[in-house]
Design a protein around this ligand. Sequence first.
Ligand code: 5GP
Length: 261
Amino acid sequence: MKLVTAFVVLLFSLLPDSSTAEDFDFFYLVQQWPGSFCDTRQGCCFPDGAGKPEAAFGIHGLWPNYAKCRGRHHREGGGLARAVLGADDAFLAAVGRRGKCWPEYCGGGGDGDGGHQLSPWDVRDLVASLGRSWPTLSCKNRRSFEFWSYEWKKHGTCSNLDPHDYFARALQLRERHDLAAVLADAGIVPSDTDTYPVDRVRDAIAQGTGFVANLECNRDADGEAQLFQVYQCVDREAKDLIDCPLPMPTKCTDRVKLPVF
Ligand code: 5GP
């Protein structure tokens, strides 16, 4: 009997504890330039019903992040349980050799976790804004709601916010600065021929928003480097921008393009 009790206690200690606040350090608000998503070899599609989004940076996600990668068994409770109990590939990739650099799937990774599924009801008053500011460009699934659900499940469940606040705050943060306008103020405008020094792009964002952001580049179908995503750093309440505490490894070369969309 004692053995059974000990086993049950051990099992419960390994299960994710949804009442425990995630202890991440900051958020990344990640916005993608649609021109740089679409002109790659894989191409892009426009969301069902909504058509071509406007030529503006669109939200990719609001991601809780650690300031320093943590060892695989650093966290007790949820983190350890996920490492031990059937972690999925993405989670294992996040754990990687460097340790775990961000929390993810805090409500569990499986499809059966109904309690952590995003419901259209949760964001009913935000759907129009989300459609404009957070459109999917994927050809695999052209329903933006599926993109939001995926982001909620993978990142939002670790945010210590409820679904409505998670999406509302991401929208409010994006509203503060129109990144395309910030770049245009510095003379960085979409072009399929011009290239810009990446430092000028970085400085323009720091000057225009007041905070240093990280940049991610990808390559167009001809292999040329272009600005793909801007990672702005945000406090733990998802209310205010902060300077990014961490530089990111980057594929940005000295000069980058901002392709027309
Ligand atoms: P994450 O980078 O948040 O871990 O994963 C993004 C996932 O969302 C990928 O599976 C990707 O296929 C899907 N996705 C759907 N729409 C988009 C989009 O517009 N941009 C990006 N980057 N990913 C998208």
